[in-house]
Design a binder for this molecule. Sequence first.
Ligand code: HEC
Ligand code: HEC
Length: 442
Amino acid sequence: MLRKGLSRTGRVLAGLALAALVGGAADTPAPLDIAHWRQVFARPDHTPTPGDNPATPEKVALGAKLFEDARLSGAGDVACASCHQAELSFSDGVDRHVGHDGQPLDRRTPPLWNLAWGLSFFWDGRAPSLETQAMVPIENAREMAGNLQTALRALSADPQMRQEFARAFPDDPAVTQANLAKALSAFQRTLVSPETRFDRWVKGDDTALEPDELAGFSLFVGKAGCVACHQGWRFTDEAFHDIGLTSGDKGRGPVLGVGAADHAFKTPSLRERVWSAPYMHDGSLTTFEDVVDHYADRVVQRSTLSADLPRRIALSAGERAQLVAFLNTLSSDDPPRPASLPARTMALGAVADAVSASTISQKDRRFTPGAVILKAGDALRILNDDTRVHNVRLDGPGKSFSSDAQNPGDTVTIGFDQPGHYDVICGIHPEMRLSVDVAQAR
Ligand code: HEC
Ligand code: HEC
């Protein structure tokens, strides 16, 4: 509270000083297209939930309890909430949490806001769903050092728990691994970050942002280039980028087996980050000021840098302060409480009408067309006419494929011999989805 109050005053003063100093700045930015950006950053009115794990109040309540239950850990001393602390944006305030072996973990504890919209989980995206993610920390020797079977036995021995599992899962009233994962995930999907001053501005309140904050937003979507990756109301494209930090962690590369994705990490949301310092996968940057200085002049030059990262951004001290002022408007003034939105069962990602085509384009991080019909025996050509490196992947029953790094200009050809449905994605930009239906050859 105090910290935030001070920084708010500091911001106003900095803004005033700045206006006096740079009154006639040399490079005039393009005028802000307010109507456009208000549309781009509008919040949704419901939370997506997967069809096989619909949210019910009983399930969410059970998940919330399990999230704080140390019986999930080997020694009964660590719960999910030990590292993901509500008052710290479900993070832990340290660069790297000290693990069970007394050594710091490899990566920083990420905040858990707005994961219902996530397409992959962990900094390197190695878990495809919240349900699969939840089991990992329990058995991780350095995190909870637990054993699932032991944890399930401990929970089953508690009559109250048995009853709560039965209420949450009336069709399958048992304390099982699947139900544990479903309850934890259903709870985590309710962690929607609340509206902040920025959202009031998005909804049309022109007075919600101070002039220096609005100037910071202009830089964010303009010459600072931040919006290339931090896009949409959650401020993430769900993609993996190398932004040139000094850390030796290879991130997404080893997960995909694609060297071009080395040092790439999932773009984090920027919501409620005032409460979750320090920043980045290694917790190496302490303040928003450090983050902005990083992008402006500390990027480590290497071949794996994201095509979406501006190579040089000239930002004056005043402009840096404005960017920081804007970042602050994405956080609540008091420790945030989750906002609840009605849940709606839906698949993430738009489903396009399938057309018959043999060549697919990948321009602007989109497969076009997004859905195709083929005949068994046909081949599909996928042309990278984008400016970015892609990694075409297909994982399905009886068929798996990875293109390795597909550079701009490269074409990848996949043959389809068996009828069926296939989903093709880009391993570096998982929001790119191509649905392939292969019909029986006649
Ligand atoms: C010892 C600290 C610790 C505990 C306990 C812990 N986590 Fe985490 N959590 C982490 C760290 C560190 C990461 C990042 C690891 C990585 O990306 O490789 C993480 C990542 C996650 C993520 C991915 C978030 C994202 O943005 O992709 C989720 C979800 C999550 N944890 C949920 C849980 C749940 C549920 C539990 C309890 C079953 C739990 N965590 C227990 C430290 C912890
Ligand atoms: C090329 C894509 C890209 C661009 C452009 C970009 N970011 Fe990021 N941002 C990321 C990724 C990826 C991370 C996490 C990197 C890591 O941990 O290795 C990140 C991390 C952050 C974080 C830390 C969040 C946290 O919780 O740790 C902040 C704050 C941030 N960016 C702000 C900005 C600002 C401000 C700009 C514009 C000056 C910007 N970003 C430009 C991709 C991008």
